[in-house]
Design a protein around this ligand. Structure first.
Ligand SMILES: *Cc1c(COP(=O)(O)O)cnc(C)c1O
Length: 402
């Protein structure tokens, strides 16, 4: 039997994304299995005292102790960094793990941070509720107004947190414009790229320093795992990893393996999702029972030109409002047979959320209106089902409204 060369490496720079998700991690494991082995081990052996010392003293080791690193993490990191065009990446146990660990690694008492008025809800809480307790102040700005970012900059500004597109109406942030403000001043930028996926938007190529994802969404792609990732330079990754070993948002080797499996089909899935979602968004705009549709790929989106400049596809999430109130919207969602009533996005099957239903137990319709929670608003994450079946499902549910 021929000895297996561990060295067939995935460094072929001419490979396209579709090829790199399959072969980018070649040669990273000495095992001969074609499917990546799952290293289901919390700790790893050294054969000599010297080897142990080397393992224990290497930042982001491949194998030492799983909170520090695991061979399956390394494979997913390689593929995701390739997709984002960053030097390296660092796996975490969740998207929020990735965001909190990154931010806490980079700020200290007395620093100032700029964030958007709208972020993923837990991200907003980090900036508005958690950081102030540790003496870090945040200014939140209108993400659609780049001059608002410029005005918010202070001498002690260390970090700008961005997220695009963002809930609930899929507004965008001009990543290149904010990066151009931050870079010359030595302010680090982070972009949460979850809603776009690395196939549709590459923040690092636009000048953003750090790209974070909830890998729970498109990257895993099957609504079965929770994971997060930070993509950046090796120097920043070492700093963030140092904080990570303290905060401990560890990705299980099994979930890393499921993520690796999901990544193999990411380009196929995202291409299909983009096509389905754009077609459905256009179709929804033509329906008399639909009041408004929010989707970056529609000409009616207020930042359509920015979307075309910054994104190569527009992703899974469509937000829309039904002509009617809470009850009509609730009936519409309940009548759907394919779209499942559940949170999350970017997976193979279509999910829908009636936003106001989350608050219906604690608020009246009038209270929700006062809080800006539209009773007739839904958010749909389009999957890879056949477009005709998805269209027919939406049509029959709308027809039930009369
Ligand atoms: C889901 C999500 C997160 C949080 O990710 P988890 O994996 O659930 O921790 C962060 N940002 C965005 C935009 C998300 O959609």
């Amino acid at each position: 039997m021929k000895a297996t060369p561990p060295g067939k490496s995935g460094e072929n720079t001419t490979w396209r994304g579709e090829t790199r998700v399959l072969h980018g991690d070649q040669g990273m494991d000495p095992d001969t299995a074609v499917s990546a082995p799952i290293h289901y081990s919390a700790t790893f052996r050294a054969d000599t005292p010297e080897a142990f010392a080397a393992m224990a003293n290497t930042p982001r080791p491949r194998a030492f102790y799983t909170r520090y690193g695991n061979p399956v993490h390394k494979r997913t990191e390689k593929i995701i960094a390739d997709l984002e065009g960053t030097e390296t990446a660092l796996m975490m146990g969740s998207g929020m793990g990735a965001i909190t660990t990154t931010v806490l690694a980079l700020v200290a008492r007395g620093d100032h941070v700029i964030a958007q008025q709208r972020h993923y809800m837990s991200t907003s809480r980090l900036f508005e509720e958690v950081l102030p307790r540790f003496g870090v102040e945040t200014t939140t700005v209108d993400q659609t107004d780049e001059s608002a970012f410029a005005r918010a900059i202070r001498p002690e500004t260390r970090l700008i947190m961005l997220e695009t597109p963002v809930n609930p109406t899929l507004l965008l942030t001009d990543l290149a414009a904010v990066a151009a403000l931050a870079r010359p001043r030595g302010i680090l930028t982070i972009a949460d790229n979850t809603f776009a996926s690395p196939l549709n938007q590459k923040p690092h190529a636009l000048g953003i320093d750090i790209v974070v994802h909830s890998a729970t969404k498109y990257l895993g792609g099957h609504h079965d795992l929770t994971a997060g990732v930070v993509c950046c330079s090796r120097e920043l990754a070492d700093r963030i990893w140092d904080m990570h070993t303290t905060l401990g948002s560890v990705l299980s080797p099994m979930d890393a393996w499921l993520l690796l499996r999901g990544l193999r089909t990411l380009p196929l899935r995202v291409a299909r999702i983009n096509d389905n979602a754009l077609a459905l968004a256009r179709w929804l705009e033509g329906q008399p029972r639909i009041e408004r549709v929010f989707y970056p790929g529609l000409e009616s989106h207020p930042q359509y030109n920015l979307a075309r400049r910054q994104m190569t596809g527009f992703g899974a999430v469509i937000a829309f409002s039904i002509r009617g109130g809470y009850a009509d919207t609730s009936r519409f969602v309940a009548a759907l047979k394919l779209a499942t009533h559940a949170v999350s996005l970017g997976g193979v099957d279509t999910l829908i959320v009636h936003t106001a239903a989350m608050w219906s137990g604690t608020m009246t319709e009038a209270q929700m209106a006062a809080a800006g929670i539209e009773p007739n608003f839904v958010r749909m994450s389009v999957g890879i089902e056949h477009l005709d079946d998805l269209t027919a499902d939406l049509a029959q549910a709308l027809a039930q409204l009369g």
